[in-house]
Design a protein around this ligand. Structure first.
Ligand SMILES: Cc1cc2nc3c(=O)[nH]c(=O)nc-3n(C[C@H](O)[C@H](O)[C@H](O)COP(=O)(O)OP(=O)(O)OC[C@H]3O[C@@H](n4cnc5c(N)ncnc54)[C@H](O)[C@@H]3O)c2cc1C
Length: 394
């Protein structure tokens, strides 16, 4: 671990202690689901450390932290449980949308509750019958994009539609930030609008909890909007602005997720080092066989290069870096981190022999969590296409 400023080092140590002493003991032994009560209790602990509001400015009760702080926090949590880390990351980074486009009144109304951990957020965007990658459709027509509609009626919008079964925090969130089309005759990029919908609003409901390959401690479910009425003052930003806003707030989310998967890669490296030191074959610890030693070295390089890229992306975001460079760095950090997690978890599974494929032993959970990161947020292909589009010709 590279040397850090003392305040950031203190944050890292506090989060590492929380992850070790509260998160790890709360995890179901069979890698089953975390109960919503256990999740709330953990979130309370995270709030005591100021994590939900870490990125919210101090004037709204937040910590006024940076994306590099976010990366430090997410890696420590991800090294213990990526499912919990990814859920918290959502509450931490969706407010970026409100900070970027909310009115002063919206900021006063919503941000303090998020900052103190009272308001858990979900971002309900993807839809069951629309490919998530449609968001990047470069065609100018209205035919692609979300189907959920928001129709203006006087001082209200009426939202109707369904969001896909992977909405993180669905069922446990206190508020849903959702995207709906406010026009159908224009391309999605010009006709998608963002809304704040409190849990419990008439017509809002969630499907059963989805069972995923990994991140099983997280909460994921479909979200249904059956003529949900919200005041016009619940719209975040202008009509038609939501996709552009998403692109400006997604970087923080991507950095948090990327760091979470650096944590997964690091946990795999740690497990592999411990196991190959304690298990013996041919009269010596496994790690003293050169073939195994080379695997350990490869993992060490993979974790550190992924972390460096994530920190570079976070630092560039904090410095308000050149947008064309950020358009390369941020997706690169997310894909590299997930690749690193998959590679390291695979090696850890292999180096553990049969223990590696045994539930409860550790490496197999890391491999499942790592793979679940692949479509989480945006897929590797979409991110790489974005990188290619951002690269200058010369
Ligand atoms: C753990 C988890 C949490 C999630 N949380 C949320 C959430 O909180 N809110 C939310 O709204 N959504 C959430 N999602 C959904 C996620 O954002 C989408 O799954 C993701 O954007 C991919 O969309 P898709 O699954 O529809 O895949 P598709 O878009 O159908 O893609 C399928 C495959 O085709 C490839 N592909 C598609 N189009 C192209 C193309 N033009 N060129 C090359 N390859 C292409 C993709 O890369 C992928 O490999 C979550 C998903 C997961 C797994």
């Amino acid at each position: 671990m590279t040397r850090m400023a003392p305040e950031r080092q203190a944050l890292r140590e506090a989060v590492a202690a929380f992850a070790r002493n509260r998160l790890a003991p709360a995890l179901p032994l069979d890698d089953g689901e975390l109960s919503s009560e256990a999740n709330r209790d953990l979130l309370k602990g995270a709030a005591e450390l100021g994590l939900p509001g870490l990125l919210i400015p101090e004037e709204y009760g937040g910590g006024g932290g940076t994306q590099l702080d976010n990366a430090i926090v997410a890696e420590e949590l991800g090294a213990v449980d990526a499912g919990f880390a990814a859920g918290l990351n959502l509450t931490m980074t969706v407010p970026g949308l409100i900070l970027a486009a909310g009115t002063p009144e919206q900021k006063e109304r919503w941000l303090p509750g998020i900052a103190v951990g009272e308001t858990v957020l979900a971002g309900a965007m993807n839809e069951p019958s629309v490919a998530g990658s449609e968001l990047f459709d470069p065609r100018p027509g209205p035919e692609s994009g979300y189907r959920t509609r928001a129709v203006r009626e006087g001082d209200e919008y009426v939202i109707s539609g369904a969001k896909a079964q992977w909405v993180t925090n669905a069922g446990v969130a206190d508020a849903y930030v959702t995207f709906a089309r406010t026009a159908t005759d224009r391309a999605g990029v010009e006709s998608t609008s963002a809304f704040w919908v409190p849990a419990g609003t008439a017509g809002l409901s969630c499907g059963p909890r989805s069972r995923l390959l990994g991140l099983r401690t997280g909460f994921h479910a479909e979200v249904f909007f059956d003529e949900v009425r919200v005041p016009a003052s619940s719209r975040i930003g202008s009509e038609g602005e939501a996709l552009r806003l998403l692109m400006s707030t997604t970087p923080g989310m991507a950095v948090g997720l990327a760091a979470t998967f650096v944590g997964v890669a690091r946990a795999a490296e740690d497990l592999a080092r411990a196991h190959t030191a304690s298990r013996h074959s041919w009269g010596r610890p496994l790690r003293e066989h050169q073939a195994v030693a080379l695997d350990l070295a490869e993992m060490a390089v993979t974790v550190r290069t992924a972390r460096l890229l994530v920190h570079e992306a976070a630092t560039a975001l904090d410095g308000g870096g050149d947008p064309s460079e950020l358009a390369v760095l941020v997706p690169a950090a997310k894909t590299r981190a997930v690749d690193a997690a998959i590679q390291c978890a695979q090696t850890a599974v292999r180096l553990h022999g049969a223990t590696g494929v045994t539930t409860g032993a550790g490496p197999e959970k890391l491999l499942r969590d790592a793979w679940t990161g692949y479509p989480c947020d945006f897929t590797r292909e979409m991110l790489h296409l974005g990188i290619a589009a951002a690269l200058p010709a010369v």
